[in-house]
Design a protein around this ligand. Structure first.
Ligand SMILES: Cc1cc2nc3c(=O)[nH]c(=O)nc-3n(C[C@H](O)[C@H](O)[C@H](O)COP(=O)(O)OP(=O)(O)OC[C@H]3O[C@@H](n4cnc5c(N)ncnc54)[C@H](O)[C@@H]3O)c2cc1C
Length: 358
């Protein structure tokens, strides 16, 4: 029996595992793909240094590209260049998700965390603790734990089985390509009529993405080369000349759980609140939220029953603030089109909690 079972081994789950192992709590991370993150670059927002230090990830930051400026071409507002905030010195880091994932798995393994490569298919809370089932058919196993942290990302696999509901913002999908390392350490963003583009540099290959509605994203992925050829001629700032596939489509709507903790569990990272990539806060939130989620579970097991509620309240205030700032970027209406008008209205619509298979 484990003290804590962490469902999901992304940045949030592995940060929680690090915090728990540092407090000598027995912990297992269950993920079918822990350490196998896609090789895409993301911006880790400035301010992440102290938490990276707590997590023993200084070497991962040292390998990342320091982003010293952000350039944006935002419709009528034209080209703007933003230096770093005074006193902070940089905007953040262009970090490879693959490198980060490998570094975090190595760190938790060194701390004695058990990593179980499996998908959770069911989880039951009983008076004797949690019984968590992995796999299907003849390949199933049951794990027993006193406490569960849901770090499964957007699926919020555990929370939704505990009757929590995911509230979603307007439909938003990113289409991703890889690029060679750009010549400068600048992140770029550009608005177009049907969405917006961004590029994040990284020495192992940067990422360029088009963020748009799901309908447009499907059309784009069906004719990627023709779409890139057209974009090459019309974009003002983002250089897609050397972008290569395969393209990937990723749901990137804002989302938040209406209830992110309950007896014997709480959620963290994207499972609790997922942010539109325009905010560049998801990764920072996963690392810092995951770290404190681990401490909240350790406190709860030590008898402090309020700890998960306190954690949930802080996380939900952070989510509220981030969602409202995100909304303002769309409300600037760089283009007066359906895409921008729809997202400028904001709001997280309540969706029925029906998508969880039995
Ligand atoms: C296109 C795109 C671009 C982004 N760009 C940025 C950016 O530049 N900067 C930034 O800060 N953020 C960015 N984000 C957000 C950032 O990627 C997320 O916030 C971050 O990955 C959240 O980490 P997490 O650990 O909560 O979830 P995830 O990284 O999604 O990890 C969840 C893990 O749970 C596992 N899992 C799922 N279901 C199960 C199950 N049933 N059983 C076991 N394991 C399971 C998955 O395999 C996965 O490993 C972006 C997101 C998208 C989609």
């Amino acid at each position: 029996m484990f003290d804590v079972l962490i469902a999901g081994g992304g940045p949030a789950g592995l940060a929680a595992a690090t915090a728990l192992a540092q407090r000598n709590v027995s912990v297992a991370v269950v993920d079918p793909a822990a350490g196998l993150a896609a090789p895409r670059a993301e911006l880790l927002a400035q301010g992440a240094e102290p938490v990276a230090h707590r997590l023993g990830l200084e070497h991962a930051l040292a390998r990342a590209v320091k982003i010293d400026a952000v350039e944006s071409h935002w419709g009528a507002a034209g080209l703007q260049s933003h230096g770093a905030h005074p006193g902070l010195g940089l905007h953040g880091w262009g970090i490879s998700r693959k490198h980060l994932s490998i570094a975090m798995v190595q760190r938790v393994s060194d701390l004695g965390v058990r990593i179980i490569e499996a998908r959770i298919t069911n989880a039951q809370k009983t008076a004797r603790g949690w019984f968590v089932k992995t796999g299907t058919g003849s390949d199933t196993a049951t794990l027993h734990a006193r406490y569960v942290i849901d770090a499964t990302g957007r699926p919020a696999h555990i929370a939704r089985r505990q009757s929590a509901t995911v509230l979603h913002g307007p439909d938003l999908v990113a289409v991703l390509w890889r690029t060679p390392r750009p010549k400068s350490n600048v992140m770029q963003a550009e608005a177009v009529a049907e969405g917006w583009w961004y590029s994040v540099p990284h020495q192992a290959g940067g990422t360029v993405a088009f963020v748009t509605s799901s309908g447009t994203a499907k059309q784009v992925s069906g004719s990627s080369s023709a779409f890139l050829a057209q974009a090459r001629d019309t974009l003002n700032l983002i250089d897609v000349r050397h972008a290569t596939g395969p393209t990937r489509l990723m749901d990137c709507r804002s989302a938040v759980l209406d209830q992110a903790s309950g007896p014997g569990w709480h959620a963290t990272g994207d499972a609790a609140a997922a942010f539109d990539p325009i905010s560049s806060q998801g990764l920072f939130n996963a690392l810092s939220g995951g770290f404190f989620a681990g401490h909240a579970a350790a406190d709860a097991l030590a008898g402090d029953e309020d700890a998960p509620k306190v954690f949930e309240a802080l996380a939900s205030r952070t989510a509220e603030r981030t969602h409202s700032t995100t909304h303002l970027q769309y409300a600037a209406l760089p283009f007066d089109t359906a895409f921008w008008r729809h997202r400028a209205r904001g709001g997280l619509d309540r969706l029925a909690n029906t998508a969880v298979p039995a």
